[in-house]
Ligand binder design. Structure first.
Ligand SMILES: Cc1cc2nc3c(=O)[nH]c(=O)nc-3n(C[C@H](O)[C@H](O)[C@H](O)COP(=O)(O)OP(=O)(O)OC[C@H]3O[C@@H](n4cnc5c(N)ncnc54)[C@H](O)[C@@H]3O)c2cc1C
Length: 374
């Protein structure tokens, strides 16, 4: 690892690897990706039974990139041989793309602290010493930053993001709190293992007024799975359940209390599927961002911190206006403009970045593999 770079990307998940692929198009730019675990570490930590909900399909030769791809010409559907790959296979896809592109990545190198330098730039404390950079791209995601305290008593529950394998848990009945993707995924997986599940949800995320917005509405894939689970009659859904707290009775059963006075009792610790801390991994350097009164991180139109020039955010926490870039096919659209901006600031040539227009499709991704007959 060098002592200083033009750009450091922190995090080698989908956002960090996708961003690095774009930086590679800028000749003479020095950059590195720093990652505390392995490439795709968050995907490797998904529960073993969890699969992608957005479908992967090799539509690339017809001008539409695979929805889950982080490079235009690759396809997780082809690499994983699956329309809904599990987390570990997707992590292997990321590692394969990074290796093929020979991206400069330092694995097992956490960034523990960041200081601003005067007049510009950053000094990063890593497990392998100090690194300086002119620009810092924060790509630490949210999965490794679960909100473990959404209400009193939550510490006695098991958060979805800490589950490795649903077969590690055994009980006749489970309670799952939270009615969006992870709550439905937990419930379906537990029902598939033969358990009974009570799913407690505030409101339908599958019959909401926001059916067109996948950040707010349950994906069709999860709806199909939910319908199958309901057919077993081992899944009960309780709506309007705004949970106020969890405690334990004298019989040591867990009591889940809703604001409207309802109570549910269960012997096994309830499963929390209530989300992640606001800002996710950006909280690690919270003082370098501006936060509004609702705890939302503020960004310029270029995804730059409104408090710290030269610091950028990529990934699912990026929000511009009403658009939340929470899925890979959404946030990958921001990479080119950020790479281009950095090239401009450093007076470097970015023409290679724009060699193809609208590369993610439709009809922009027409290049195909050599000798391909598709
Ligand atoms: C159950 C589930 C299903 C999902 N299904 C889909 C789907 O079907 N389609 C879709 O598009 N999205 C899906 N998502 C969302 C998707 O997983 C995330 O949007 C995506 O992982 C975000 O990528 P990322 O690179 O920003 O974050 P991550 O993949 O979490 O990567 C962040 C990286 O940063 C590293 N890091 C953290 N802190 C530091 C530090 N201090 N120093 C260095 N590195 C650090 C982490 O180790 C990690 O490798 C799903 C999420 C979940 C939980």
């Amino acid at each position: 690892m060098e002592e200083s770079y033009d750009v450091v990307i922190v995090g080698a998940g989908a956002a960090g690897i996708g961003m690095a692929l774009k930086l590679q198009h800028i000749p003479a730019l020095s950059y590195v990706v720093l990652e505390p675990g392995d490439i795709g570490e968050s995907f490797r930590r998904w529960p073993r039974q969890t699969h992608f909900l957005t479908p992967s399909f090799h539509s690339n030769p017809y001008g539409l990139a695979d929805l889950n791809a982080i490079s235009e010409l690759s396809s997780p559907a082809i690499f994983c041989g699956s329309q809904h790959p599990p987390g570990n296979q997707y992590a292997d896809y990321l590692a394969f793309i990074a290796e093929t592109a020979m991206l400069p990545i330092e694995q097992h190198c956490p960034v523990n602290h960041v200081d601003r330098c005067k007049p510009a730039g950053f000094k990063l404390q890593t497990e392998r010493g100090e690194v300086k950079t002119k620009f810092l791209i924060w790509a630490t995601g949210e999965y490794q930053f679960p909100d473990l305290a959404p209400f009193p008593g939550a510490d006695s529950c098991i958060h979805y993001a800490t589950v490795n394998d649903w077969t590690d848990y055994d009980a006749e009945t489970f309670i799952v709190i939270g009615g969006y993707e992870s709550g439905v995924d937990a419930s379906v997986n537990l029902v598939q293992q033969g358990h009974h599940v009570r799913l407690l949800v505030k409101k339908h995320s599958w019959e909401s007024e926001n059916l067109y917005d996948p950040s707010l509405s349950l994906s069709p894939h999860s709806r199909d799975r939910l319908n199958e689970a309901l057919k077993t009659q081992r899944l009960d859904i309780h709506f309007g359940a705004n949970i106020s707290h969890v405690d334990q009775g004298e019989d040591s059963a867990f009591r889940v209390h809703a604001e409207d006075g309802r109570q549910w009792h269960v012997n096994h610790p309830p499963i929390l599927a209530t989300g992640f801390v606001a800002g996710g991994g950006a909280q690690q350097i919270s003082e370098l961002w501006e936060w509004d009164e609702n705890g939302k991180l503020q960004l310029s139109e270029a995804d730059e911190s409104t408090r710290t020039p030269g610091l950028f955010l990529v990934g699912p926490q990026v929000k511009q206006g009403t658009q939340q870039y929470c899925f890979i096919y959404k946030f990958r659209q921001r990479f080119t403009q950020l790479a281009s901006l950095i090239a401009l600031c450093l007076s470097l040539d970015d023409s290679d970045l724009h060699a193809e227009s609208a590369p993610w499709g439709p009809f922009g991704n027409s290049e195909c593999c050599e000798d391909c007959e598709c």
